[in-house]
Design a binder for this molecule. Structure first.
Ligand code: PMP
Length: 426
């Protein structure tokens, strides 16, 4: 029998580097052939061989209301029929900005862009422009998109600036980026004590979803808030992933800590390209055309994408949405933990809102180092056993998973049955 995924993957590699348009899709970390997806509905998607999977990546976050939600699809169809893009303002963009300002603490104004990368890149430029400083702080294990200043890993010492994680990033860029340890307040204090007056901003994933799932401690974020205020540095919460995921009002509400700027993406586009950065109006006034910080986009605030985003934002505000989503995700994490441990594995899982992490380690990790110490080989085998059983997990031990509102008890039951068999065969 033809394996259409293999055929497509071979063909894709002829016209596209590595056969994919975003590296993690290539299954490099877990091995094997990526599945080419043909359609999706609710909690499921189907591959080129018409095999159905329970989908736990949800397009890496956006699919929070489930795939192809009828209301979202109708809104997109109606918007498309009115024209695809105008390059002139629309009322939809105002509605979108008003909705986000209403829901996200401290966001008085925002600008719409088309990807999370653009949002963080622009927020950095704004922080640098507003403070007239160059240096930034980020944390090892956090991913903020692929802008040059952010593709940087830790240098050899605390106060040495970082090294590029990608070829093509000039050291002249990375030398302005300090990379520190996540959840290490003492280190942050030390760095601010030494170079605090040169720091334009600190950018952080307050719930990190790009090194599996790692929660920031409240104390770490409080320290960061205090130091930024003391030194006139801008605190940027990158909530591209955790915004509208960990709760309706994001990580700021969860931790009761207010950032100066917030980056959003994923859920706010409902599956189409919408992202945003926003925050205090006195900072946002530095953006062109009002101020000197330049940023623009041909497709920014695209009417079809905004229609998908607005409809998604409407659905997630319905009574009980987040309590249901949170309960479902917690149930998944608890039952997976029980199944893994009953089978004798060092395994645990954690959930925050509609995000979860799976760890082949004895304890839930709280740092980049502890995530890296988990058993990656075991995860890879588990991933493939689950995939064969029709459950699609993130194809890497170092990525978070995502649950939609359509992942009900029946879906979780089916997942746990598959997991029990997988754990038994590991
Ligand atoms: N920030 C975070 C926290 C992310 O998780 C991502 C993407 N996974 C980005 C920024 C970049 O977003 P995009 O892929 O839309 O450019």
């Amino acid at each position: 029998m033809t394996n259409h995924n293999e055929t497509l993957f071979a063909r894709a590699q002829l016209s596209t580097p590595g056969g994919v348009n975003s590296p993690v899709r290539a299954f490099r970390s877990v091995g094997g052939t990526p599945r080419f997806i043909t359609r999706a509905e609710g909690p499921y998607f189907w591959d080129a061989d018409d095999r159905r999977y329970i989908d736990y990546i949800g397009s890496w976050g956006p699919a929070i209301v489930g795939h192809a939600h009828p209301e979202v699809v109708t809104a997109v169809q109606e918007a498309a029929a009115r024209g695809l893009s105008f390059g002139a303002p629309t009322e939809g963009e105002i509605l979108m900005a008003e909705e986000i300002c209403k829901l996200v603490p401290g966001v008085e104004q925002l600008r719409l862009v088309s990807s999370g990368t653009e949002a963080t890149m622009s927020a950095l430029r704004l922080a640098r422009g507003a403070t007239r400083r160059d240096k930034i702080i980020k944390f090892e294990g956090c991913y903020h998109g692929h802008a040059d200043s952010l593709l940087v890993k830790a240098g050899s010492g605390l106060l040495t600036f970082g090294n590029p994680t990608s070829a093509g990033v000039p050291e002249d860029f990375s030398k302005h980026t300090l990379v520190l340890d996540y959840n290490n307040s003492q280190q942050l204090e030390e760095v601010f004590r030494t170079v605090g007056d040169q720091i334009a901003c600190v950018i952080v994933e307050p719930v990190a979803g790009n090194m599996n799932l790692v929660r920031a401690t409240t104390e770490f974020l409080q320290t960061m808030r205090r130091l930024c205020s003391q030194h006139g540095s801008v605190l940027i919460f990158d909530e591209v992933m955790c915004g509208f995921r960990v709760g309706l009002h994001g990580a700021q509400a969860l931790y009761e800590i207010q950032a100066d700027l917030v980056c959003l993406g994923k859920v706010i586009g409902g599956g189409l390209p919408v992202a945003a950065f926003g925050g205090r109006a006195d900072l946002m006034k530095h953006m062109a055309p009002l101020g000197g910080v330049y940023q623009a986009g041909t497709l920014s605030g695209n009417p079809v994408a905004v229609a998908a985003g607005l409809t998604t934002l409407k659905i997630i505000q319905r009574e009980g949405f987040y309590s249901t989503l949170t309960a479902q995700t917690r149930e998944l994490a608890e039952r997976l933990t029980a199944a893994g441990q009953a089978a004798g594995h060092q395994f645990c899982a954690d959930a925050v809102g509609g995000m979860f992490g799976l760890y082949f380690s004895a304890q839930i990790p709280d740092s980049y180092a502890s995530v890296m110490a988990s058993d990656k080989e075991k995860f890879n085998r588990f991933f493939h056993l689950m995939l064969d059983a029709g459950v699609y997990l993130a194809p890497s031990a170092f990525e978070a998973g995502f649950v939609s509102i359509q992942h009900n008890t029946q879906i979780i039951d089916a997942t746990i049955e598959a997991a029990k068999r997988a754990f038994a065969h590991l």
